[in-house]
Design a protein around this ligand. Sequence first.
Ligand code: F1P
Length: 342
Amino acid sequence: EGVQSVVPELFDGVEGDAAWRVFKDIDEVLILACGTSYYSGCTAKYWMEGLAGIRCNVEVASEYRYRKSVPNPRALVVTISQSGETADTLAALRHAQSLGMTNTLTICNVATSAMVRECKLSYITRAGMEIGVASTKAFTTQLAGLFLLTLALGQSKGHITEAQSDAYLEKMRHLPLALQAVLALEPQVVSWAEDFARKENALFLGRGIHYPIALEGALKLKEISYIHAEAYPAGELKHGPLALVDSEMPVVTVAPNDELLEKLKSNMQEVRARGGVLYVLADANTNIENAEGMHVIRMPEHYGVLSPILHVVPLQLLSYHTAVARGTDVDKPRNLAKSVTV
Ligand code: F1P
């Protein structure tokens, strides 16, 4: 029960016991991934350390093998990849294995991929066919898998009780409905996209666990609409990017009603004072209001630690509708490939 009920759901083709033994034994998680998959790993770090109490490092897979690192044989190496064939992620996995890190798990969308063959454990995301080059539903399902992994690790380490795990699982079961409500925001996102289609630059801000979501929002906009977009943790604004802000700079802010909201509001004030135009994803019950220089979309419900899974969706829709308005090929962006195998 408890973790035992989570584990079989997690790992296809692997005895629950085998996964459980690996989880008991490890003392760190090392995530290796590229692009969108890297940002899902960055999000998971907050869950792993904040909920499961386990140290978690996230490395860009395309860099990992080129630096001398200190291997931890008790680390669980987690590769994340939509395709399971990304050359840099495979090379990073093999590098970790060559350093003696043999506890490996992949979160992957393609059950027949090299990544699944080469890892001890696998979680298949079942996102279906990703038709577009830019990952979208793969990201959402990777996050769901990473959260289940957090629960399993947290329980195996005694940081998450069975009752807490059950409550989180219940919240996860409600996710499809919550996502439907977010998708209903599409007409409002379309009106944002009409503004963005006329811009050449954009900034994305987030704090805490929503910083990787801001990064992913900026990556999506770059990938499919070719607008130059950058993401920052909002507290970094005053350390440089504020110099870029003027009335031509749209600033997307991921602003759920969490413990960092008050700090975020003062960052938003810094943007408004420089004439920047804010596009804010706020929760229903906050006093963030539409005003001059502010465009607010209200998320249907506050979703606590799982909120990144919901907040990324309006950002994906924003990129999609901006790209459509600019007439770019949403499914096949220039210069990019679905799986980067070289
Ligand atoms: C990694 C990735 C994607 C990106 C594009 C190129 O792929 O960077 O995140 O959207 O498709 O490849 P993967 O390892 O997740 O298949």
